[in-house]
Design a protein around this ligand. Structure first.
Ligand SMILES: O=C(O)CCC(=O)C(=O)O
Ligand SMILES: [Fe+2]
Length: 352
């Protein structure tokens, strides 16, 4: 019986891999879990992918150095709180949905969610209808750090925004990762190279589900047991890793942002006082099977978005197709994000 289930599982995976190449790539890279082996393979692959998405890297040398060393870089003085609040306002006008309970109706106000809801996600069309989000995802500071870490242009492979709610029914969520393994930190292994940009859209303190990251673990070897994707701080400590000086909980106002290597061990803490709203952009070498199979945004070629980096979500064409969702770029003109240096503003250009 057991082997029948296994055979069925493998048949399903093979069918998935044949019908959608993204699943094939996804399962392929999961065959090698040791971070150092993965880094070597990633660096080899990067030689064959497009290079040089930005020429601004020299302005962000500090970011690049810290990101490499720590696996995470807090992006201070980047996104003003007022801009994060605009994005939140936009999202609050759209419904969000509990991915574990699609039979339940969506809701606008996290207070109005059904009692069992822990996470709830916005629909991708509703997220991308806010043009600031693509601008943030393509900001030269972000692309410079990632380009330099990957050794090639990244692919924006997943764009998500979700609420993490407090006060949910714990019994209904006992199978959730964080309850099943209450002390564990995980790494995400979705592509040979992967980085995530996170932005808080609500005020986050110790009691409202801060993100928690263990710096310098992005190359830490896997533990030789059944679960190669997660670890507890205790296990790390016993193996001689200095957890206390590297574990950080990220708290801050809306607009608090950071970029992280998802191989570093991390987790969300369970919110006990306030709901948390987060925007998350994932960068990888290849498209992810979790993203829409075709671009959801049609826009004219009259913008500075790199077509390769944005190809999963954005189709650029000279004539907009009728009846399809498109981003109205004229909406975004008033939106400016300061560069790391004073007196410069984001204009969706990647050259000095
Ligand atoms: O919600 C969080 O703070 C962490 C989520 C997470 O683990 C991830 O997006 O990789
Ligand atoms: Fe994660």
């Amino acid at each position: 019986m057991h082997s029948e289930i296994l055979i069925q599982k493998y048949l399903r995976l093979i069918r998935q891999g044949i019908t959608d190449y993204r699943w094939f790539l996804y399962y392929l890279q999961r065959q090698k879990l040791e971070p150092l082996d993965r880094a070597r393979i990633a660096s080899l692959i990067s030689c064959f992918l497009p290079h040089e998405c930005v020429t601004a890297a020299k302005h962000y040398q500090d970011d690049i150095t810290h990101f490499r060393a720590d696996g995470i870089r807090l992006l201070e003085d980047w996104l003003p709180e007022s801009e994060a609040l605009k994005i939140r306002e936009h999202l609050l006008g759209r419904p969000c949905f509990d991915p574990d309970r699609f039979d339940k109706p969506g809701f606008y106000d996290p207070e109005a969610a059904h009692a069992s809801c822990l996470h709830s996600y916005y629909r991708i069309g509703d997220i991308l209808d806010c043009p600031q989000i693509l601008k943030l995802a393509n900001h030269p500071r972000i692309l410079s750090i990632i380009n330099s870490s990957f050794g090639c242009k990244p692919t924006i492979s997943l764009i998500q925004a979700w609420w993490l709610r407090h006060g949910f029914d714990q019994y209904e969520n006992q199978n959730n990762l964080y309850f099943k393994y209450p002390n564990s930190y995980h790494r995400d292994i979705d592509d040979w190279s992967e980085a995530r940009l996170f932005i808080y859209l609500t005020d986050v303190d110790e009691n409202s589900g801060p993100h928690s990251y263990i710096r310098k673990t992005q190359q830490y070897p896997t533990f030789d047991d059944d679960n190669k994707f997660s670890v507890t701080p205790k296990q790390l400590e016993i193996s001689g890793f200095p957890v206390a000086e590297n574990l950080i909980n990220i708290v801050g106002q809306p607009g608090t942002a950071w970029l992280m290597n998802t191989m570093g061990f991390h987790r969300a803490r369970i919110p006990i006082q306030r709901h948390r709203l987060l925007l998350c952009i994932t960068y990888t070498l290849f498209p992810q099977p979790f993203a829409p199979a075709r671009p959801v945004v049609n826009c004219s070629t009259d913008n500075d978005l790199d077509p390769y980096i944005n190809r999963v979500y954005v189709k650029q064409s000279r004539t907009l197709q009728k009846g399809k969702f498109y981003v109205d770029w004229s909406k975004s003109e008033s939106f400016e994000i300061p560069y790391a240096q004073p007196n410069r503003a984001l204009r969706l250009r990647y050259h000095d």
